[in-house]
Design a protein. Structure first.
Length: 357
């Protein structure tokens, strides 16, 4: 039986099906490569461009270093290319290499913003970055640049993930935080575009409408400044719905938001990463297959699947790749758009390699 992630492509798109895995950043279960059938399939069949580590994959520093080394070696052997290894290392409560694995505590963005000591923030980012690099992790899905002006926000401010309610403070803190990461040789992702700081709900759990709470002037200010300064490596979208931007889709799936606002209005041509498509705001409303196609059509380049194993036993990566391949074949996705996304991934990986030297 033909594997779901090896969809037959039309003659006009030779070989592109084998490259579609580059558009995926996928989480997995287990702490080792040997005997891990899920990871074997991701690396050698789906040929994913990046893998995402969570606390479930972490035992201690020596184990993580061995895991990331083995991932790269196995992928090179079976697919001829090594994936980037990524993690959410924001500091504070969102820190996969944390106390449970024997690491020292880290400051949250809220704590750093409250202290408003730019030297401290840069040093803390560098300390976290060096921790990542020492274990073979080259990509940090941070910092959060959401302006935390809603104190009742359950997923950003409640978790201490925002530097503060002032966009100038957020920008200043994010600027030095990124510089600290770069000094450690780690590439970054600012998030969650176009802003999750105003919400009264959590997109991990379900639909989130920010139409009446979002403030474009406040929430876009950090993006405008950091883009102008050339500090943005990549940008992650939010799964928030804003009727003023798109009457039909949340930001991750919205062409007016990603291609219109981010790429055209803000003049950004770098890598765009969709937040986890398994989150309730997306999977419950659209399903992984449809969401994967909609996100790429919107202008997204990399799709996160935080947990590959679905409740029905299928692999989310296989489901997404099969649908992307089918969409290329039936015209829902244009080959030129996919080729552009693949080129952005290639350039991003080159940048990551340069930083790591």
């Amino acid at each position: 039986m033909q594997s779901a992630c090896r969809t037959v492509m039309p003659a006009a798109l030779p070989g592109m099906d084998r490259d579609l895995g580059e558009l995926l950043l996928v989480g997995f279960s287990g702490t080792e490569v040997d005997g891990n059938l899920e990871l074997e399939r991701l690396l050698c069949e789906a040929r994913v461009g990046s893998v995402l580590l969570f606390g479930r994959n972490v035992v201690n520093q020596i184990q993580v270093r061995g895991l990331t080394t083995a991932i790269r070696e196995r992928a090179m052997a079976c697919a001829g290319r090594a994936p980037l290894v990524a993690v959410d290392a924001e500091g504070g409560r969102v820190m996969r290499l944390g106390a449970a694995a024997g690491y020292d505590p880290t400051f949250s963005a809220e704590e750093l913003g409250s202290a408003n000591d730019l030297a401290l923030t840069e040093l803390e980012a560098r300390r976290i970055g060096e921790r990542l690099r020492a274990t073979g992790i080259r990509w940090n899905l941070a910092p959060v640049v959401d302006v935390g002006y809603n104190p009742a926000n359950p997923v950003i401010t409640a978790w201490g993930r925002s530097f503060g309610a002032d966009p100038e403070l957020v920008t200043a803190q994010a600027r030095v935080w990124i510089r600290g990461m770069h000094a450690a040789g780690v590439i970054t992702t600012i998030k969650h575009f176009p802003g999750h700081g105003s919400s009264f709900a959590d997109s991990h759990l379900g639909f989130v409408d920010v139409t009446d709470t979002a403030s474009r002037s406040l929430e876009l200010a950090p993006y405008r400044a950091l883009l102008r300064e050339g500090l943005v490596d990549s940008i992650m979208t939010a799964h928030v719905f804003n009727r003023r931007l798109d009457w039909r889709y949340p930001a991750t799936l919205s062409r007016p938001t990603v291609t219109g606002l981010l790429r055209r209005t803000l003049d950004y041509d770098g890598l765009v990463v969709a937040d986890d498509l398994r989150m309730g705001a997306i999977e419950q409303q659209y399903g992984v297959a449809a969401a994967a196609v909609l996100a790429v059509r919107a202008g997204v380049d990399v799709l996160i699947l935080a947990q590959d194993r679905m409740l029905d036993g299928r692999a989310a990566s296989a489901v997404a790749l099969a649908e992307l391949g089918q969409a290329l074949g039936d015209g829902r996705l244009r080959s030129a758009q996919v080729a552009t996304a693949l080129d952005r991934v290639r350039r991003f990986k080159m940048r990551a390699a340069e930083l790591a030297r």
